[in-house]
Design a protein. Structure first.
Length: 458
């Protein structure tokens, strides 16, 4: 199998150490079988998330030394604003300390308890920020996006018919915005096509509904378009990115993904009036509008990372690295979401743990088993994250997809690390019938998976 070729050299290393299985068993039990509660130094390979876990470049480290820590009007803000406008075409930029803060400020301004927000598939923090306000987060992904086995180039697409049905059902007065997540994280890191972005924009424009992109992985999505749509194969990534953003009224971005920084985010807009409304709330929650909860040095490395991520050599390597892990698993017969997504490989836990019902949280059981087997931390994207109980009947409703996400931090791990991950998963698969389910002991009302406590079933 062809190894992914890193388009960079390694200048600095951080030691890794794997602790004993006995210590891992004690830790996971104390953590309530919740990998979020394990100290990071007790993890060997950390695939919990690609958010804020990237290795920064030499240019970004140099940028840290160029931080202007003035309270108001620091030069790093203007560097960021110019970079975002150059990339997206949006002139109005509000920095935030991360993506969920951007979501909170936008939704708190536009939504009320009667609001309905359609998307392809809302990710956990987006859904939580919407539901915390009493509003409804509505998933409208294409049917192919809910089938892990189907090979489709753009399984992240929103279904235009489902969106039109939502508008017809709820009326435009209850839909303050439509958002499209690129790439679609909860659905396997699957990309959204340019044609779909354009079509959703036209539907929103017809009904005078604002259209936003949740664009944490905008560059990866653009590169997928270049690879999978013949019409765009000769178009540069910056041009593709600019076209994607041209169809939306604005975006919010967790810069901890494609901007390759450890902290940061922003909202970018076409509309000056909305910008001024959001700015008022940002001052209350994040700080002055030219720093938005960040140090000047953070703003500088964000501006640098936003440019670096558009490099096509890097993007080719990034997608090849993720595909390398996915192909190792496919060759061993491991059920994963196909085709392989942009930032992570997603194991289909419904098939991997077919003997466990969703009421026993099979994806979380597999996540725990992977830590016990090899010191690898992944994350569950399934029943623990998304199942909910009906307030009237008390009946549980479970998501279509029951996944374990192996999110690969940018510029951090090598092919040998990923081979180690694959070997551990293959061993678990060979003994999969021995995996035991879990039950909830403590069920928090929002973002359950971060703090829930579970027990192992006999």
């Amino acid at each position: 199998m062809k190894l992914p070729l890193e388009p960079f050299r390694i200048k600095m290393v951080e030691p890794l150490k794997i602790i004993s299985r006995e210590e891992r068993e004690a830790l996971i039990k104390t953590a309530g079988y919740n990998v979020f509660k394990i100290p990071a130094e007790k993890v060997f390979i950390d695939l919990l998330t690609d958010s804020g876990t990237s290795a920064m470049s030499d240019a970004q480290w140099a940028g840290l030394m160029q931080g202007d820590e003035s309270y108001a009007g620091c030069r790093n803000y203007y560097n960021l604003q110019e970079t975002v406008e150059e990339i997206t075409g949006y002139p109005y930029v509000l920095p935030t300390h991360q993506g969920r803060a951007a979501e909170n400020i936008l939704f708190s301004t536009l939504l009320d308890k009667n609001s309905v927000v359609p998307s392809n598939i809302h990710f956990d923090t987006t859904r939580a920020n919407i539901e915390y306000l009493g509003a409804t987060a509505l998933d409208c992904v294409v049917d192919e996006g809910l089938d892990a086995e189907i090979e489709h180039p753009f399984k992240g697409n929103m279904d235009p018919l489902k969106l039109k049905a939502a508008i017809s059902t709820y009326g435009t007065e209850r839909i303050p915005l439509v958002c499209l997540t690129i790439t679609n994280n909860s659905g396997g890191g699957q990309p959204v096509s340019m044609d779909n972005i354009r079509e959703i924009k036209e539907i929103c424009h017809t009904h005078s509904i604002p259209f936003f992109l949740d664009a944490a992985r905008f560059a990866e999505n653009a590169y997928f378009i270049k690879l999978r749509n013949e019409k765009y194969k000769d178009i540069s990534v910056p041009q593709l990115v600019r076209e994607m953003f041209s169809y939306a009224d604005g975006c919010w971005v967790s810069a901890k993904k494609d901007a390759m920084v450890n902290i940061g985010g922003f909202i970018a807009l076409q509309d000056k009036m909305l910008f001024e409304k959001l700015q008022n709330l940002l001052i209350l929650r994040e700080g002055f509008p030219t720093y938005g909860g960040l140090a000047g040095r953070d703003l500088q490395v964000m501006a640098i990372g936003l440019k670096e991520v558009l490099n096509e050599d890097y993007l080719a390597y990034r997608l090849e690295q993720v595909a390398f892990l996915g192909n190792l698993l496919l060759e061993a017969g491991i059920p994963i979401v196909k085709p392989v997504g942009g930032h992570a490989v997603y194991i289909n836990a419904k098939k991997f743990c077919s003997h466990l019902p969703q009421s026993q949280f099979p994806a979380q059981a597999l996540t725990v088993a992977l830590y016990l087997e090899a010191g690898i931390r992944a994350v569950e994207i399934g029943s623990l994250m998304f199942a909910y109980r009906d307030n009237g009947s008390g009946k549980w409703h479970y998501p279509e997809l029951e996944l374990v996400r192996l999110a690969i931090p940018r510029r951090v791990y090598t092919a040998s690390h990923l081979k180690y991950v694959a070997d551990a998963i293959i061993t678990l698969y060979q003994n999969r019938n021995q995996l035991k389910g879990l039950k909830l002991v403590n069920d928090p009302p929002f973002l359950r998976h971060f703090t829930a406590v579970l027990e192992k079933l006999d």
